[in-house]
Every structure is written in C-alpha cells, then in structure tokens.
Design a protein around this ligand. Structure first.
Ligand SMILES: [Zn+2]
Length: 248
C-alpha cells in the first residue's frame, strides 16, 4: 500500500518524489496559481501532485507580481495628481488685474470720473457751487452780477455738464459689463475644472475600492494559506518529537 502511493506521487513540476507529507493535490491549488504554473509547465493536470517547495515558489511569484502592479498603479496616480495640480495653478488667476492692465488712459479717466460723479462728495460739492453761484448773483455782492436772476449762464453750464456726464457713465457701465463677462467665463472654466477634478477623484476612489482592495484580499488569502500550512507542519513535527522519546 505504502509502496504504490509512493510510486504514484511525483511532483509535476520538478519530477522528484518527496515524502507524502510534502505533496499537495493539484485540485487543492488555487486557480490563479494554476494559471501561473501552466505558463511554465503546460503539461499540468488536475489529477497530479506538486511538492510544497515548488508551490511556495509559485506563491511567492504570484504575490510579487501583485505587489509590482500595485506599485505601478500608485506611481501612475501620483503622476496624474501632480499634473492636475499644475494645471489648476494656471487656471485660477485673478482676472481683474489682467483686465485692468489692458485699459487705455481715456478708459481709466472715464472710470474715475464716473466713480466721482456717483459719490456724495460730488453731490455736496455741486450743491455748494450752485448755492454760492445763486447767492453771489442775487444778493448783489458784486456791483455788476455776471449772471443775474433767471441764471441763464448757470443753465448752460448745467446742461453741458449733463451732456458730458451721461456718455461717461455709459462708457463706464459698458466696461463693467465687459469685466463681468470675463469674470463669468473664468468662473465657468474654474467650475468645469472642479467638476472634472471631482469626477477624476471619484474614478480614483472606485479604482482603489475595486482593484486594490481585491488584490490586497488575494495577497492575504495566499498568506493565510502559507500560515495554515506552516502551522500544520509545526504540529506534525511536534507530534513526531513527542513520539520519538519512548523509542529511545
Ligand atoms: Zn517539485
């Protein structure tokens, strides 16, 4: 009985006939490991055996390949993150400064005048000028007022001022609109970029969850197999030692 078992069981990989304890049935080998073994030993059959040394060798190869693909994936991800960060820096600039640097002297002046025309300072100042004009011309401070009672000259000055002020304000408003348009375009770009970044992050997370998690679990399974095998080996040798002393 013992002799037939020994003659039947040879390792499919190295062809040696080790003790039965060091042989593993081909059916018990994990499918992923069988794929790796078949690459170097096409004549692999599920009926045969494999010695533990060879099995451990293939296990090591498998874990090593898993860890290597893991490393490559990580470096790819890091590259993508670095690229996106540099692109982000180019995008989020302060657009107002660039817009203002493109303005001509006339445009700047009209902006200032529109700003001054729409302030309390201008209203108070203008009221003071009107009051003094009227007072000077009606209370006879001057012996010969330059603009007596219906103040016709003052009317002319006021209508000239209104005629000039209206186009200046309109110019300034047009420019404000152009500035808003530039800002809106820039905001759109930044929003789009952020949306793409978020989508990319989602993909990275999905990648981590599906691929890497799967690989980690596979590595752990192989390690658990090795551990349980080591444990059973330890128990076998421990049992031998216990049996040996009575013979001596
Ligand atoms: Zn072998």
């Amino acid at each position: 009985m013992k002799i037939t078992r020994l003659t039947n069981s040879a390792c499919q990989v190295c062809g040696k006939r080790p003790p039965v304890v060091e042989l593993v049935r081909a059916q018990l080998v994990r499918p992923v490991l069988i794929n790796i073994i078949k690459q170097s030993h096409p004549g692999w059959s599920d009926e045969g055996f494999i010695c533990t040394d060879d099995l451990n060798h293939f296990r090591y190869e498998y874990v090593r390949s898993l860890v290597e693909t893991e490393k490559k994936d990580l470096s790819d991800l890091e590259k993508e993150v670095l690229e996106s960060i540099s692109r982000q820096e180019i995008l989020s600039e302060y657009v107002d400064k660039e817009f203002e640097s493109r303005l001509t002297i006339g445009q700047r002046l009209s902006d200032r005048m529109a700003q001054f025309g729409g302030s309390w300072t201008f209203i108070i100042l203008f009221a003071c000028v009107l009051m003094s004009w009227i007072v000077v011309n009606s209370v006879a401070v001057l012996s010969k007022p330059f603009d007596p009672y219906p103040y016709i000259f003052l009317n002319l000055v006021l209508s000239c001022l209104a005629a000039i002020q209206a186009p200046i304000i309109m110019m300034s408003q047009n420019r404000q609109e152009a500035k808003d348009r530039v800002r809106a375009t820039h905001d759109y770009q930044v929003n789009l970029k952020a949306e793409l970044e978020i989508r990319q992050l989602h993909q990275k997370l999905d990648h981590l969850l599906s691929n890497q998690w799967e690989r980690l679990v596979e590595i752990q399974e192989v390690q658990l197999e090795l551990l349980s095998e080591m444990r059973s080996h330890g128990m076998n040798s421990g049992g031998d030692e216990r049996e040996v002393p009575p013979d001596r």
